[in-house]
Design a protein around this ligand. Structure first.
Ligand SMILES: *Cc1c(COP(=O)(O)O)cnc(C)c1O
Length: 342
């Protein structure tokens, strides 16, 4: 597949901003090149624009070369950059499979890029034929979310590969919740598919939503385009430092994930036993989608009792559904005890 031919013309020819740190890459004694305040503090210098130390650690952890890694201000940044790199406003479109994460359509809307919507099947898996029928030449990017938000399930791997290998689009697989799934996801096959972009984040399993750090993995060709159009210093020094520290505590993250998975099965069982619960959908993520009698009313009553869940009842295929994040053992117990009183 020819990635260059999918890119917007102005992006292909764009000359990126060149930072002082791009022009001189060695180390020196005296830096008078960036108009910084010279008096030393932890933050007086600009951060590394390409976050080389953080990428090196992520590379070791994930087995992906640093040149195939992009880091952004949350995964929301690469979602926006991918749309801006490939979709000509007012002309090209993206395709999403609903119900799904809301940011794909919002970023497209901000960029005046049309959104084609194909509904998932009744098991929240891909309807490959329906997607293929909706594909036409203006569809530059397909966004798939696996495990899917808000349904929680992994999409079928064969179906995703089918979409990657047919058609002529970039396929983004958003794996924000992959650490909670018994599945290795798409990083092991990244090198096979030049049009594949995998998104992951530090916001969920890593417990760093407040840090705003997201990852995109793709061919060097695609990553170099994202690097060319990002803000030069998109990740500040603090984020890079904390990420480096946290990356050496993967054990702690894994332990927390184990507890969350245990709690997920307890919560599922207990929810299923409640009279108002009609269905707890199978999940590969750190949340469950639950269909209930009169979900909106239950949502309101939970708020009155100071428990906030996510009302998804107006979303396609999610009538009367609430999305509930797996909390600490105490929080989950409180939720169940409260639901029992309603
Ligand atoms: C939470 C979530 C993200 C994470 O976004 P960040 O900007 O990295 O916090 C990405 N995709 C999906 C589907 C999510 O649910």
């Amino acid at each position: 597949m020819n990635i260059q031919s999918l890119l917007r013309e102005n992006i292909k020819t764009l000359k990126p901003y060149s930072t002082a740190r791009d022009e001189f890459k060695g180390t020196a004694e005296v830096y008078l090149d960036a108009n910084e305040n010279p008096f030393p503090s932890a933050y007086n210098r600009y951060p590394d624009p390409l976050q080389k130390k953080v990428k090196q650690r992520i590379s070791e952890l994930k087995g992906i070369e640093p040149e195939k890694i992009f880091l952004g201000n949350g995964s929301d940044e690469p979602i926006d950059l991918i749309i801006r790199a490939f979709c000509e406003p007012g002309k090209d479109s993206i395709l999403i499979t609903e119900p799904t994460y809301g940011m794909y359509a919002v970023c497209a809307g901000i960029n005046n890029v049309a959104v084609k919507r194909v509904t998932l099947d009744s098991t929240f898996d891909l309807d490959v034929d329906a997607v293929k029928q909706a594909l036409d030449s203006p569809v530059k990017v397909i966004f798939l979310c696996s495990p899917n938000n808000p349904s929680g399930n992994l999409l079928s791997k064969e179906k995703i590969i089918n979409l990657i290998t047919t058609g002529n689009s970039i396929v983004v697989v958003d794996e924000a919740y992959i650490d909670f799934a018994k599945d290795e996801g798409f990083l092991p096959v990244l090198a096979k598919y030049p049009n594949l972009i995998v998104l992951q984040t530090f916001s969920k399993a890593w417990g760093l939503a407040g840090l705003r750090l997201g990852m995109a993995f793709a061919s060097e060709e695609i990553i170099s385009v994202l690097n060319k159009i990002k803000y030069p210093y998109n990740l500040n020094i603090l984020t890079q430092q904390v990420a480096l520290e946290k990356l050496s505590t993967a054990d702690e993250k894994n332990k927390q994930v184990d507890i969350i998975l245990q709690e997920r099965s307890i919560l599922t069982e207990q929810l299923q036993a409640l009279p108002m619960v009609e269905r707890v959908y199978p999940t590969d993520a750190n949340f469950v989608l639950v269909r209930m009698k009169d979900a909106r009313n239950i949502y309101d009553q939970l708020i009155e009792r100071s428990i906030i869940v996510r009302d998804r009842s107006t979303v396609v295929l999610c009538a009367d559904c609430l999305r509930i994040t797996v909390g600490t053992p105490e929080e989950n117990k409180k939720l169940i005890e409260t639901l029992k009183t309603l």
